[in-house]
Structure formats: structure tokens, C-alpha cells
Write a protein that binds this ligand. Sequence first.
Ligand code: VGL
Ligand code: ZN
Length: 219
Amino acid sequence: MKALYIIDIQNDFCPGGALAVHEGDQIIPVVNQLQEQFDLVIMSQDWHPADHGSFAANHPGTNPGEVIDLHGLDQILWPVHCVQGSHGAAFVDGLQTDKVAAIFRKGTDITVDSYSGFYDNGSALMSVEELHASAANGKRISTGAFGYLKELGITDLYLVGLATDYCVKFTALDGNRLGFNTHVIQDACRGVNLQPGDVDRALEEMRAAGIKIITSQEL
Ligand code: VGL
Ligand code: ZN
């Protein structure tokens, strides 16, 4: 059974938004078309409180793009984005959502960022055993997506959305570690490229981990 996990296609990540990804809106027709080929479609939604620790505005004297220590983890500071209930946090008009069975929100705890659609950023440093143990003990924040996909018998995970070099990458790395046969549909993703080449490096890192990078035509 295969699932499509649509990552963060929200106004703030599209042209005109607070953390706009170049050409972010161009993936929408592709993502709409892809959905009919899947048994299950789910989405993630970046969903921050206004006082979230990842916002430069909440650390006086800092600017977006700077890295700080946030409760023991390196944190890139971002512009204020995807604030709960705001227009920027809403899904983009034109994104088809009728087939979407569930939405998983992330980034709701002010003390830690959450790029992955499965767990908060601290999970990236853990082995899969530690990850399962800590999630079971409530030590790491889980979106619930892992249990949901497992219960429905999903074996193959396909990722699309924004941004390739952050939330798509971290969701793919977690999905792969969790045991899903994980694919990233490259032409249905766009990246931030904070540093030139970040997207290419993210694709390489995912490939090296065993994640399949494919195009929508190959499906
Ligand atoms: C994202 C930076 C901050 C993403 C979310 O969706 O890729 N990037 N929050
Ligand atoms: Zn965010």
C-alpha cells in the first residue's frame, strides 16, 4: 500500500509569502494530478505559535538566516511564518484537498523546531531504536503520522511539497529510518536554497540514505 505525504504547501512558502520558496506554487498542478494514483493521501502543515523559538523576531538582535542554540539544538532563525490560524499558514488555494484523509500539524512547541512530518528536530540525532523509545516515552514530539500510516498498512511512502532542503528532506530521512520504502518526487518539490546548492546537496544526502529520487513521470 502506498501513501502520498504532501509537505507544507502553505501560503507562506509560496511566492508572496513570508518564507517564499522560488517557484513553490509551480508544483501545485503536479501534486493535484498525482493524488489519484495513491491509496492514501495525507498532508503536513507547519503550524507555529507566534512566540515560536525558530523566529528571529523572538530573539532580539538576530536576523533570519543566523544560527543560534535553541535548547541544545542548532537552530536556523527564520522570518515569522505559518503562525497558527494566519493566512500564511493556510493551504494554498488551488491545492486539491478532497482526497486528503488526514493532516498532521508540526512546529507547535515553541522550544523546538520540527522540519520532519514525523518528529521534532531532535529526533534527527537518534538511532531508530532511540527514536521509537523516546517517542513512546513522550520525550520527543511525534505528529502521529508514523502510527497512522503503520495502522493502515502503508509500506511505500512518496513525498512531495516544500521545501526540498528542509521539511521534505527531514520527512524523507525519518520515513526511511522508520522502515518505509521512501521516494521523493523531485519535480513536485521546490527548495529554499538558503546557500546555493542546498537542494542538490539535500537530494544527494537522501540518495545516500537509500531514498529513491524519482520524477512524476516515473510513477
Ligand atoms: C520549513 C523552514 C521553517 C519547510 C518550515 O516547510 O521546509 N522550512 N519551517
Ligand atoms: Zn517553520
